[in-house]
Design a protein around this ligand. Structure first.
Ligand code: HEM
Ligand code: FPP
Length: 303
């Protein structure tokens, strides 16, 4: 029985755990890579001379709105998350946080984030942020329960933040902006199909309709990964096609190399469809994206 108010040494652990749980709700690992992509989009959109204040502000605002969407996604998916090993220990299904307090937290984050974007970088990034939030939380999340085409919708949500970074510093969406969106859009297919295969039993337990669940052979998941990687290879060279000073041959050769690595990893996954090739594809995807987009920052125009 407690002998009185918790001592200082006990209280922080309770508070510390709660803070850690609220942070976990925001899916920080996905958010960090996403925000790196947003930052590169803004840097590239401004020809390498960004308004640093606007760039920092769009990153902060996007982080808040993205975090809000991840929190609300988990509020809505708690019953499925409770049935999956991968997600059952998350703050809400485990009971460490209530759905109500989490939903309030998510709403607060989203409201502050949209207001911050409106106040600092204008209505266009804010509008795309709201649209992305709605796409991810209100459309993609329910779709996971009834069609494998949910991944295509999720990939649109995952790629739209590139346009938030772009529009924060450049009001004109040109072929370069679309190519950045396309790079992130197509990247998500090899990225996720590897995960969908690795966790296929889990997804089935959660009632999630992924390609790896509706087609147990994995052929459809493999085809999605290969198709995404092929499209990624093609669109990844676009930023170097003479839109920057002159055809950036170095950028294009490195992009073709990186895209070929992703395509080979996807083909190996498609032909073998086993744990090893799936993990290799997942890791390849997590290394490829920051390096590929990083080329737009480190290689000056026309190199
Ligand atoms: C259709 C779109 C996407 C789906 C369905 C998806 C799904 C997932 C899932 C289920 C995981 C495993 C998380 C876990 O281990 O519990 C994961 C990991 C990850 N995703 Fe994605 N993802 C998508 C798009 C993105 C985007 C757009 C980014 C960032 C640009 C991203 C970055 C990451 C990172 C960095 C990890 C590794 C996190 C970790 O190690 O736990 N993903 N993704
Ligand atoms: C500005 C703004 C709103 C940005 C949102 C960007 C964002 C987080 C996109 C989602 C990418 C995605 C589908 C992740 C997987 O979610 P999941 O629910 O399938 O992952 P899980 O199964 O691990 O919960």
């Amino acid at each position: 029985m407690s002998t009185g108010p918790a001592t200082l040494t006990e209280r922080p652990s309770g508070m510390k755990q709660q803070l850690s749980d609220y942070l976990e709700l925001t899916k920080p690992k996905i958010a960090v890579l996403l925000l790196v992509c947003v930052a590169i989009a803004g840097f590239y959109a401004s020809g390498g001379q960004p308004d640093v204040v606007r760039l920092v502000n769009v990153i902060i605002g996007t982080a808040l709105v993205a975090a809000s969407s991840c929190v609300w996604n988990q509020c809505l998916e708690v019953h499925a998350d409770r049935r999956m090993n991968r997600t059952s220990q998350r703050p809400i299904p485990s009971g460490r946080l209530s759905r109500y307090s989490s939903a309030m937290f998510g709403t607060l984050l989203g409201s502050i984030g949209v207001a911050y974007l409106l106040a600092t970088v204008g209505w266009m990034p804010a509008l795309i942020g709201v649209l992305t939030w709605v796409l991810y939380v209100c459309i993609y999340t329910p779709m996971k329960q009834w069609t494998p085409w949910n991944t295509t919708v999720g990939a649109i949500a995952g790629a739209l933040p590139m346009l938030m970074g772009w529009l924060a510093v450049n009001p004109t969406l040109d072929i370069k902006a679309i190519s950045l969106f396309a790079i992130l859009f197509f990247w998500q297919f090899p990225h996720f199909m590897a995960i969908a295969w690795l966790y296929r039993e889990d997804y089935e337990k959660g009632g999630m309709q992924m390609w790896s669940v509706v087609d147990r052979s994995g052929t459809k998941a493999g085809l999605q990964a290969v198709s995404g990687a092929m499209a990624l290879l093609l669109v990844s060279v676009v930023p170097g096609l003479g839109y920057i000073a002159m055809p950036n041959i170095t950028y294009m050769l490195l992009s073709l190399f990186g895209g070929t690595v992703m395509l080979i990893a996807s083909l190996r996954f498609f032909t073998s469809r086993d744990e090893k090739t799936a993990r290799q594809l997942l890791f390849a995807s997590l290394f490829y994206l920051p390096i590929q987009l990083g080329l737009l920052v480190i290689l000056p125009s026309g190199v």
